[in-house]
Design a protein around this ligand. Structure first.
Ligand code: ATR
Length: 281
C-alpha cells in the first residue's frame, strides 16, 4: 500500500501553516505519509479533481477561495458542511470523495481546551461579525445550547445568518452592545478587526460580567488588543490559534488513521513561526 498523501488546496496557499501542523504530527507519531501545498487557481480546479487518482491523494484541506467551489466535485458533504455552506476538509469513503467542515469543531474544541466550563453560567453569547467564521461560531454555539446575539457592521448580513439558523440567533444594532454584554457568558470576535494591518476593534468591555470569557478568532497577532484589554479586566481569554490547531485533528485522523493531539509543543512551534514571519505579532 502506498503512503497516504494529503494536501491544503487554496490560491494562493503558500502562507498556510497546515503543512507545519500535519508535518509535526506525522513526524512525532512516526507515520508514513505526506501533506503538501496544492496551489490551484479557480480555473484549474476541475483538472485538480480529474487528476486525483493519478496523484494518489487520500484527502486534504480546502481554504480560500475554494471552500464553496469544491462542492460539485464531491459525492456528498456532511451535515456540518451543509449547515455552514462551506467545506474545509475532504476525505474518501469507499472510493467516494466526501466533504466536511471542521471549523465548527475546532472553534468549540479550542474554547473547551482553553476555558473549560465556559458554558456553565449564562446561556447567552455575543458574536461580532457575520461572515464564514461567524457561521461556524454560531453553529457550534447553538450546538452547545447557547443563544447567539449577533452584531455586525452590515445588519443585513447578520439577518441573513440569523434566518439561516432560526430562533437561536438574533441580530442587534451596535448601540445595543452594552446591554447584551451585561447578560453574556461569552463574547466572540469573528471579524478581521484587530488583525495585523486592519483597524482595531473598538469596544468597551466594562459591561461584561467578570465570569464572561472573551474569544478572538484572529491569531495574527496572537494576543490581540481585544484579548489584552479583556485579560487586564480579569476575563478568561481564548485566542484564535487553537482553532486552527484543533480544526486540523479530524482531517489528520481520517487520512493517516491515527488521532493526533494538540500539544503545547505544537502550539509553540506555530507561534514561533508566526512571530518570525510577522513583525509586530
Ligand atoms: P470570514 O469568512 O473570515 O468570516 P468574511 O466573510 O469576509 O470573512 O467576514 C468578515 C466579517 O468581518 C464580516 O462580518 C464583516 O462585516 P460586513 O458584513 O459588514 O462586511 C466584518 N468586517 C470586516 N471589516 C470590518 C470593518 N472594518 N468594520 C466592521 N466589520 C468588519
Amino acid at each position: 500500500m502506498t503512503a497516504p498523501r494529503a494536501f491544503i488546496l487554496g490560491y494562493p496557499v503558500g502562507h498556510s501553516r497546515s503543512p507545519m501542523l500535519h508535518g509535526y504530527w506525522l513526524r512525532t507519531l512516526g507515520l508514513p505519509g505526506s501533506y503538501g501545498l496544492a496551489d490551484v487557481a479557480p480555473d484549474a480546479l476541475p483538472g485538480f479533481f480529474a487528476d486525483w487518482q493519478r496523484n494518489g491523494f487520500t484527502g486534504g484541506n480546502v481554504t480560500v477561495p475554494h471552500k464553496v467551489a469544491v462542492v460539485p466535485f464531491l459525492a456528498r458533504i456532511d451535515a456540518t458542511a451543509r449547515a455552514i455552506g462551506a467545506v474545509n476538509t475532504i476525505w474518501t469513503e469507499d472510493g467516494d470523495l466526501v466533504g466536511g467542515n471542521t471549523d465548527v469543531g475546532g472553534f468549540i474544541a479550542n474554547l473547551d481546551h482553553l476555558a473549560p466550563g465556559w458554558d456553565a453560567g449564562s446561556r447567552s453569547a455575543v458574536v461580532l461579525g457575520a461572515g464564514g467564521a461567524a457561521r461556524a461560531a454560531a453553529y457550534g454555539l447553538l450546538g452547545r445550547g447557547m443563544h447567539v446575539h449577533l452584531v455586525n457592521r452590515t445588519r443585513e448580513n447578520a439577518q441573513a445568518l440569523a434566518e439561516h439558523f432560526g430562533a437561536g440567533v438574533t441580530t442587534h444594532a451596535r448601540v445595543d452592545l452594552p446591554e447584551l454584554m451585561a447578560e453574556a457568558g461569552l463574547l466572540v470576535n469573528t471579524t478581521a478587526l484587530g488583525m495585523l494591518g486592519k483597524p482595531l476593534l473598538e469596544i468597551d468591555l466594562a459591561p461584561l460580567p467578570q465570569r464572561a470569557v472573551v474569544y478572538d478568532i484572529v491569531y495574527v497577532p496572537l494576543y490581540t488588543p481585544l484579548l489584552q484589554q479583556a485579560a487586564a479586566r480579569g476575563h478568561r481569554v481564548v485566542d484564535g490559534l487553537g482553532m486552527l490547531l484543533h480544526q486540523a485533528v479530524p482531517g489528520f485522523t481520517r487520512w493517516f488513521s491515527a488521532m493526533p493531539v494538540v500539544t503545547d509543543e505544537l502550539r509553540a512551534l506555530v507561534e514561533a513561526d508566526i512571530r518570525a514571519k510577522t513583525p509586530g505579532a
